[in-house]
Design a protein around this ligand. Sequence first.
Ligand code: PLP
Length: 403
Amino acid sequence: MNHAHGQSTRAIHGADVADPHGAPHAPIYNTTTFAFPSTEALLDVVEGRRPGALYTRYGLNPTTFALEQTMAAVEGAEAALAFCSGMAAEAALFTAHGRDGIVCLGDAYGGTLELLGDQLPQLGIETTFLLAPDLDRLEAALRAGARLVFFETPANPTLEIIDIAAVAELAHRHDALVAVDSTFASPVNQRPLELGADVVVHSATKFLGGHSDVTAGFLLGGADLIAPTAPWRKNLGTAIAPEPAALLSRSLRTLTVRVRRQNATAQAVAEAMDADPRVARVLYPGLTGFPGHDLAARQMDGFGAILTIDVAGDAASATRVADRLDLFHLAPSLGGTESLATQPVTTTHHGLGAAERARRGISDTMIRLSIGLEDADDLIADLTRALDEVDPERKAPVGTRAG
Ligand code: PLP
């Protein structure tokens, strides 16, 4: 594969496929094990003298190899490992590289916060949680010995943007690794390795899969950092299975067109919501008034398809708006072809508790929107109608209303 090719080309031709029947894409090797002509040939693979298929749960399956090769090419990484979920990828990262202490910077997916805060301490893996701008306290935690800095950017659900290059520079001065969960951006909009991060994490369940029909995850980075996570994947049994791996390879081929269209639609929806008096605040990196806009414009190629609206009123008003949406499904995920809406307080951040949500600026009136591939006007009309039904007195000014 020629790495001088553009990202769309790499997403389609990123894997070496030498199929004897001429299939243009890697076939699904729906098999748990692979046979060898001799014990010598088997030992060559078992003892690492020759790369090759061996056992699917080890991740040593040609369908998995093709996926990992393509994804490494798309992200611009030396190595990639595919997992059965985003959380499985994170678990392998934290167990392989987090044992000297982790710093989690800023907001993160609720499941990540639970894993770091509740389960991993039971194994002696401790995490310091810091709000994002707190670089002085980050330095103190690094001086105290933490060796892995983990963060999401854009973050869930506030869309907060963290300066990847600045954190990497600080962390590297203290010999610490930087891992970025780049799920919200996808490699189309952001490539953290180019900005100095050491490892990239993706929940491939989101934009990479893109059709809400695959659960999967990735770790990407230098081969020396990805290799130590492989035994955790192998023995915790968290490698991806062949069928989801093939589905994901299929999805990667359309990643760039999907994400670019989703970026454009999200920008239109964000601008319409920003002009609506029933919405107190719109959190979207593409809006010039958003606090992280300038940084996002520097470190991202597109602003993404996730935005969070803060409905004017109370939690019940936000719930009424969410319940009246028609095209937007009420579901706690993102990145698919269909637009989704979720109130973080009822789903992704339900387990955090009110005090921690307040500390992180996650309000009860927030609705997170994942913009799909529908027509922008239809999505804006759906949101506007729901707002009209809940608060008919204060309609949006003429000219900002769709449909
Ligand atoms: N990272 C982010 C930013 C997420 O939003 C999610 C899930 O919502 C995860 C990680 C976990 O991914 P998965 O559900 O594939 O385990």
